[in-house]
Design a protein around this ligand. Sequence first.
Ligand code: NAD
Ligand code: UDP
Ligand code: UDP
Length: 336
Amino acid sequence: NSAAKAPPTPSPLRFSKFFQSNMRILVTGGAGFIGSHLVDRLMENEKNEVIVADNYFTGSKDNLKKWIGHPRFELIRHDVTEPLLVEVDQIYHLACPASPIFYKYNPVKTIKTNVIGTLNMLGLAKRVGARILLTSTSEVYGDPLIHPQNESYWGNVNPIGVRSCYDEGKRVAETLMFDYHRQHGIEIRIARIFNTYGPRMNIDDGRVVSNFIAQAIRNEPLTVQAPGTQTRSFCYVSDMVDGLIRLMEGENTGPINIGNPGEFTMIELAETVKELINPEVKIISVENTPDDPRQRKPDITKAKEMLGWEPKIKLRDGLPLMKEDFRQRLGVPRKN
Ligand code: NAD
Ligand code: UDP
Ligand code: UDP
C-alpha cells in the first residue's frame, strides 16, 4: 500500500571496520537488571560488538564490570532523552526505570524517557537502517478486565493515575514504534515483558521478589501487601533474555508477550521464599499502594507459535539462584 515508504538504505559506515560479519548492537539501559544479562548473552557471541548507553539512574557499572575494557564492548554515559549518534545494526531499547518506586520518583522524567527517548532511538534507527526492539510491559494492560492477557487486548489503563507516566508512557512508545514502522519502513520488534526476577535485581527498588529475598536473608518479616491474594507471574531473567533475542532475530514485529504463565498469589510467593531461603522468617501483612493490579498472567501462545519460545525455569528453581548474589550485596555472611 502507498502509506509505507521503502526501508532506508543502511549506512555504509556500519560495515567499515568489521566487514559484514560483525553485528554492532546498541543496548540502551544495558547497565540495568535485564539489560546487563542481555549484554552477557550478546557478548558470548564473538561476532557481536556491544555498545551500552545508560545514565545510571537505576543501573550500575558494577553489573557490567566483567566487560569493561573488552575490545568488543563500549559503555557510554548517556541519557536517551538527548540525541545519540552511533552506527549500529540493532538497537535493544530498554532504558527506562522499571519499578514503581523509581518511575514515580520523577514521573515527568519517566514520561520523557519513554516518549522522547524512544523517539530518539527511532530517529537513530531510521538514520542508520537498524532494527529496533522496545521492551514494553504488561502494564500496558493496566488492571486487566480479561485474564490471562493476550496481545489483542487493548488494556484498562488509568490515564491520570500515579502509574500513568510508566504505563501510558510505554503505550505511547509502542505507538511511536508502529508509526515509524508504517511511515518510514523501520524494522521494529515489541516485547511486552511480564514480571521478571533474578540476580542483579535492584535490592531497594521495592519489587516483591527482591523485597522478599532481601528480607529473608536479613531475617526480617516478609511484607505481603494486602490482601495478598493478588497474583503475578514471574519469569526468570535467563528465559527473558532468550525470548528477547529470539524476537529480535525473528520475523514478527510483535507486540509479543514474554513472561512465565505460572501464576502465584503474593501469599504463595512469600511461603515459597520462606521455605526455600529462610524457614525461620515471619510473614506479615502490610498496606498496599493505589492502583495495584489484582491479577496478571501472560497468554504466551503467540510467543510459542511465532518464536518457538517458552520459559524453562520454574519459580522454585529460580528463587534460590538469587540467594548468593543478594547475600554478597547485602554483606550478610554465609551460614555454615
Ligand atoms: P532497570 O531499572 O534495572 O534498568 C533500566 C536501565 O535504564 C537502568 O540501567 C537505568 O539506569 C537506565 N535508564 C533509565 N532511564 C534512562 C535514561 N533516560 N537514559 C538512559 N538510561 C536510562 O530495569 P529492568 O528491570 O532491567 O527493565 C528493563 C526494561 O524492561 C525497561 O524498559 C522496563 O520498562 C522493562 N520491563 C521490565 C520488567 C521487569 O519485571 N523487570 C517488566 C516489564 C518491563
Ligand atoms: N536522532 C538521534 N540519533 C540519530 C538520528 C536522530 O538521536 O542518529 C533523534 C533526533 O534528534 C530527533 C529524533 O531522533 O529528535 C527523531 O528523528 P527523526 O529523523 O525521525 O525526526 P526529525 O529529526 O526530523 O524530527
Ligand atoms: N508486593 C508485596 N510486598 C512487597 C512488594 C510488593 O506484597 O514487599 C506486592 C504488590 O502489592 C503487588 C505485587 O507484589 O501486588 C507485585 O509488585 P511489584 O512492585 O513487584 O510489581 P508490579 O506491581 O509492577 O507487578
